[in-house]
Design a protein around this ligand. Sequence first.
Ligand SMILES: NC(=O)CC[C@H](N)C(=O)O
Length: 247
Amino acid sequence: MAVGVLALQGSFNEHIAALRRIGVKGVEIRKPEQLQNVDALIIPGGESTTMAKLAEYHNLFPALKEFVKMGKPVWGTCAGLIFLANKAIGQKEGGQELIGGLDCTVHRNFFGSQIQSFEAELPVPELAAKEGGHESFRGVFIRAPAILEAGPEVEVLADYPVPAKKLTDSKFAAGNQQETTESKGKVIVAVRQGNLLGTAFHPELTADTRWHSYFLKMMGKSGQQNGSKEEDLSDNQQLRTDLPIFQ
Ligand SMILES: NC(=O)CC[C@H](N)C(=O)O
């Protein structure tokens, strides 16, 4: 079993390292034909506009869209979540191409710019139930997007409280003034829709591999392959938001 990691830009190395810690091989994907050799795909965080330009340059969009249509498991983190959304707002002029498939509207920079990046403890009951351990998860939000609306097929795994005004302004920008559950002052930050998983934060920048294990279970396999053990991490590997890729 091999998990592809889109390796055009952003935190692909960190995803590959997290997969390695649970004994799974991560394969760098840069060309359309490489998708044929993997059973699932992770689209990392980074900068979605740049990633879209590179994906277009390498003619990856048709193969990526096909991969999603075939029902193979795909997980988008942060910029990857934007890529997977059917609709994104707050894009640069002219917009950017998306893979789509995830029935939701994502605000590209909902939480603001780089200096508004933050960490928060998020309750994720589904993760606790499936992966055990703590009820909550440390979410690392870097210039993070948020999901403003999600379709009926979408299961919300985590949300985050925000001031109602911020939400109203964003929805107005999206051309949508309808009353929805989010208008009570919450945005969605983790979702699942069938074989698609989306997180607005970066599990690959923490030592916690539960999201990676959760994703692997979506492939019908356990994260522990060949009896391999999770590696210990030294303190300075626990969290790496200092990476130049996010600047
Ligand atoms: N850390 C991230 O992946 C940030 C994503 C960024 N908001 C974008 O538009 O691409």
